[in-house]
Design a protein around this ligand. Structure first.
Ligand SMILES: [Zn+2]
Length: 224
């Protein structure tokens, strides 16, 4: 693999329990550093809209709070990476979800010369994360996510006045299982990166702004 040219761009994996706010933080960092976002969750929700048995299987798996299979995620990654310029940094949200996925994704990035990898882990107490998830909504019309935790007075979508509903995988019955899956499958991936020395840990409690500033500080991106 000596011949593969290393690119200078930085690649980020953003990990954290469900409800940690990793989606919001990853979006902020993506726009700050002009990173391309790999949105596997969005791609899966898109697949569900296409109907058919694939859609049904994916929908059932997500509604149960279980992880969709690794080969499906790797396929989404392949599609995404082959359509991404090598000079552009990427950022994920909630991926990789297991040690197996971490090893495969590391291998994909390494092969492409994307060797500069930083893994950010948003640490939030599970009781706090659960509280936030129960107050998470999405606009039925335009899909804009809205947090009643951070904006308790909101009744309708601030963008299009659409109705606010729970996301498919945010049902109360699903949430508990998602936390179990997180502890059993995702935490080992976090430990894997801690051992490798890629991990940057940030407290995910406090305001969105405060957490983002802390992130920039830890990444040495804040002007002193
Ligand atoms: Zn809307």
């Amino acid at each position: 693999m000596k011949n593969i040219k290393e690119t200078k761009v930085v690649n980020f994996f953003y990990l954290g329990p469900p409800g940690s706010g990793k989606g919001t933080q990853a979006a902020l960092l993506a726009s700050f550093l002009k990173l391309k976002k790999i949105d596997c969750g969005g791609a899966l929700r898109q697949l569900i809209k296409e109907k058919g048995y694939f859609a049904q299987k994916i929908s059932k798996t997500m509604q149960a709070g279980e992880l969709v299979p690794t080969w499906l995620v790797v396929n989404l990654w392949f599609d995404f990476l082959k359509n991404t310029n090598l000079n552009q940094g990427i950022i994920t949200e909630g991926n990789p979800r297991t040690v197996l996925e971490a090893e495969i994704l590391d291998d994909m990035l390494f092969w492409l010369g994307r060797k500069n990898l930083k893994v950010i882990y948003l640490k939030v107490r599970l009781s706090e994360a659960k509280k936030r998830m129960l107050l998470r909504r999405v606009c039925q019309k335009c899909n804009m996510p809205v947090s009643l935790y951070f904006n308790p007075e909101i009744k309708k979508c601030p963008r299009c006045q659409g109705k606010l509903v729970r996301r498919l995988d945010d049902k109360v019955s699903t949430i508990n299982n998602r936390f179990k899956v997180f502890e059993k499958q995702v935490l080992p991936a976090v430990k894997y990166y801690r051992k490798k020395g890629n991990l940057i840990e940030i407290s995910g409690e406090g305001s969105i702004d405060k957490i983002f500033k802390e992130t920039l500080k830890k990444l040495n991106l804040l002007k002193k």
